[in-house]
Design a protein around this ligand. Structure first.
Ligand SMILES: CC(C)(COP(=O)(O)OP(=O)(O)OC[C@H]1O[C@@H](n2cnc3c(N)ncnc32)[C@H](O)[C@@H]1OP(=O)(O)O)[C@@H](O)C(=O)NCCC(=O)NCCS
Length: 175
């Protein structure tokens, strides 16, 4: 670790001159926090994750190898699963003509509200809002907004979260 407030692994790449990182936030080995990213307090950015120019509130957990890019606005207590990808360019080309990444902060392409979970390996496409406490299932390509308290399931269907959060009817750690 190289300093006290946030805990940054010595093998992480963190642009401390452009990024803001809250106290109690952990950034693990080979993670990148770059290009003006803002992290709240008590977040965890796991190994190999990349937070590029995005803004995250307090107490977020970003799983290993997740990637989050400019134009992503994330609230508090949000879970981004391992390998999840939050996209910001619907028609990507190697040329960045007409794509002003530095303007995306004021015009978020993806918004993920407090308490939401993006499960492992999900891909969230540009233009989507994930509402408060909503959930996107593992491996889903999320191409539309999910209202607060709703779940996008493996088949892309969207419905209210089970009242019990789905947990008591199955063990949390196994089907
Ligand atoms: C959101 C979630 C909890 C919903 O689970 P669920 O209520 O069991 O899902 P559904 O009712 O839609 O589907 C049930 C069936 O699909 C399977 N299934 C559940 N989620 C699946 C997914 N994301 N992709 C493919 N299959 C899935 C179940 O095993 C079950 O199969 P069966 O009918 O053959 O028994 C689950 O889809 C999920 O994504 N969990 C998150 C896991 C994760 O990413 N954890 C963080 C890293 S450890």
């Amino acid at each position: 670790m190289i300093h006290d407030g946030p805990a940054i692994h010595e093998k992480a790449r963190v642009d401390l001159d452009t990024c803001a990182i809250g106290d109690g936030t952990f950034i693990w080995q080979f993670a990148s926090v770059i290009r003006g990213a803002k992290l709240g307090q008590r977040c965890t950015i796991a190994a190999n994750a990349i937070v590029d120019g995005a803004e995250l509130g307090d107490s977020c957990l970003v799983g290993h190898a997740a990637s989050i890019h400019p134009g992503t606005l994330i609230g508090e207590d949000v879970f981004i699963g391992p390998g999840a990808i939050i996209c910001n360019d619907m028609w990507p080309r190697t040329s960045k003509e007409g794509f002003e990444a530095d303007q995306l902060g004021s015009r978020p392409t993806v918004k993920i509200d407090n308490g939401a979970s993006i499960c492992a390996g999900a891909i969230v496409l540009p233009g989507v809002t994930i509402g408060m406490d909503a959930m996107v299932a593992a491996g889903v390509v999320c191409d539309r907004s999910v209202p607060p308290g709703h779940i996008m399931r493996r088949d892309g269907s969207v419905e209210p979260m089970p009242a019990d959060g789905g947990i008591p009817r199955r063990m949390r750690w196994a089907p």
